[in-house]
Write a protein that binds this ligand. Structure first.
Ligand code: DHB
Ligand code: MG
Length: 236
């Protein structure tokens, strides 16, 4: 039997990409541009980008919220799941929040080059500041959380508030090489992720699970949650 190690996880992910995901000039150019601009290679793996895309289609999503744009790689996958805005009145959109103006500029160029720019509204700013400005817009059908892990519980709370019963939430990076099992962690990102998982388990607004993953991005994982129709805990 082949050994479970990072080189073999990578080889297997490459096989899955070749077999199921394919190679795509727009996506690969987005990664090349991101690298050339000095952004870190912390975008989702291709198999995970395809999963986000499929989840958005399975959910019939029209409005997607992404917290953490980086260079727009996952944003392209999500935007491609939506109808084009030219189909009058039925077009979907991704609202994506990015704290770093330089990242947002790289993402804007990548999204435009991929032909999905019209479907994507990039909001530059700290998500904690931008999210309250989205109150009063139509509910989001899918929310992808992939930003500063310290704020994960804040982002889950906003995802519930800006969603509706049936909204799908995906939370990236729940595994962190197994670090999340350490209750005494001093890593604030791990602590933020643990708090988020505990919230998903305890808060009646969510029904959730999480999967560990190995592959091109090492040993990590993601949580998937459904917003339920339970009353919000602090509703009066
Ligand atoms: C990091 C962040 C991510 O969202 C990710 O998928 C991998 C790594 C990081 O900040 O190190
Ligand atoms: Mg991530």
């Amino acid at each position: 039997m082949t050994e479970s190690n990072p080189a073999n996880w990578r080889r297997t992910d490459e096989y899955l990409v070749d077999t199921l995901v394919g190679h795509d000039t727009a996506l690969e150019s987005a990664i090349a541009a991101q690298t050339a601009e000095g952004l870190p290679a912390i975008e989702v793996a291709p198999v995970a980008g395809k999963l986000l895309h499929l989840l958005a289609r399975i959910a019939g999503a029209r409005r997607v919220l992404e917290i953490g744009t980086l260079g727009g790689y996952s944003t392209i996958w999500l935007a491609r799941a939506l109808d084009e805005p030219v189909r009058a009145g039925t077009g979907g959109c991704v609202v994506t929040i990015e704290a770093e103006a330089h990242n947002a500029a790289v993402a804007r160029a990548n999204l435009d080059a991929a032909g999905v720019g019209e479907r994507v509204d990039i909001r530059v700013g700290r998500a904690a500041d931008v999210l309250p400005t989205l109150v009063g817009t139509e509910p989001f059908d899918l929310v992808f959380i992939d930003a500063d892990k310290e704020s994960n519980t804040t982002y889950l709370d906003w995802a519930a508030k800006l969603g509706r019963p049936g909204t799908v939430i995906v939370l990236d990076n729940i595994g962190r090489e197994g670090e999340i099992v350490d209750p005494h962690t001093t890593n604030p990102q791990v602590a933020g992720t643990r708090a988020a998982l505990e919230m998903l388990g305890a808060d009646a607004r969510f029904d959730a699970t999480a999967l560990q993953t190995v592959g091109l991005k090492g040993w990590d994982g993601f949580a998937v949650a459904l917003v339920t129709d339970a009353p919000t805990p602090n509703a009066r």
